[in-house]
Design a protein around this ligand. Structure first.
Ligand code: TYD
Length: 201
């Protein structure tokens, strides 16, 4: 049987990397053939994304780099699923929609999101399930150390916009995107994720 495709999303500091890796361990214990992957990937294209950050690339360059990385990653994900493996992916499409759309002026956000979504159509594999681990931006920020050279204030404002974009995405696609409260203890968050994944396995 073809494997399932589950993505984990949320703002920086929401805990999705820790949670998704724990979920992987729990699924494997249940003899589910699961694998874990992430975006940006560990390939040269993922490195190109990281180089883009280091070089201060603009939001469109950033978006194109993420999409190039994703388009290659989709092939690998499909191959895994074809072998019957369930793929857990730490960040995917919704990260680009939420983050890159937060990188343009507020009045252009909706149009940017729409354009990004359409640009993905020819190559995208839609996840069977997306788990959005939701935390308040203040909590996310308190869990991470400063990145990308932003000040704390700028970073909080940015994360607030990303969080709003994620909320809008979840509201628009409640079938695919399940919201899990990420503010509680880790084990509880993992259980909530496993319950959602259990419904599609
Ligand atoms: P993150 O999962 O936090 O990686 P790590 O913990 O290894 O640093 O992702 C890194 C950053 O990349 C994060 O701030 C979100 C951003 N990002 C985008 O802006 N767009 C995307 O499409 C993806 C996949 C990530």
């Amino acid at each position: 049987m073809r494997g399932r495709f589950v993505t984990f999303e949320g703002i920086d500091g929401c805990g999705k990397t820790t949670v998704s890796k724990k979920v992987l361990g729990r699924l494997r214990k249940r003899k589910v053939r699961a694998v874990w992957t992430c975006e940006p990937t560990r390939t040269w294209l993922g490195n190109a994304v990281r180089r883009g950050w280091a070089e201060g690339a603009g939001v469109f360059t950033e978006a194109f780099l993420f999409m190039a990385d994703r388009s290659e990653h989709v092939d690998e994900i499909c191959a895994r699923m074809g072998k019957g493996q369930t793929v857990l992916c730490d960040r995917y499409l919704d990260s680009t929609l939420a983050y890159q759309a937060a990188g343009v002026d507020e009045d252009l956000t909706a149009g940017m999101m729409d354009w990004l979504r359409r640009a993905h159509l020819p190559f995208l594999l839609l996840p069977d399930l997306t788990i959005y681990i939701r935390v308040r931006p203040e909590l996310g920020l308190s869990r991470i150390s400063g990145r990308k050279g932003r000040t704390k204030f700028e970073r909080l404002a940015f994360l607030g916009r990303v969080a709003r974009n994620y909320d809008a995405l979840a509201a628009a696609e409640p079938q695919r995107m399940k919201v899990v409260d990420g503010s509680g203890p880790l084990d509880g968050v993992v259980e909530l994720c496993l319950a959602e994944i259990g419904k599609i396995l």
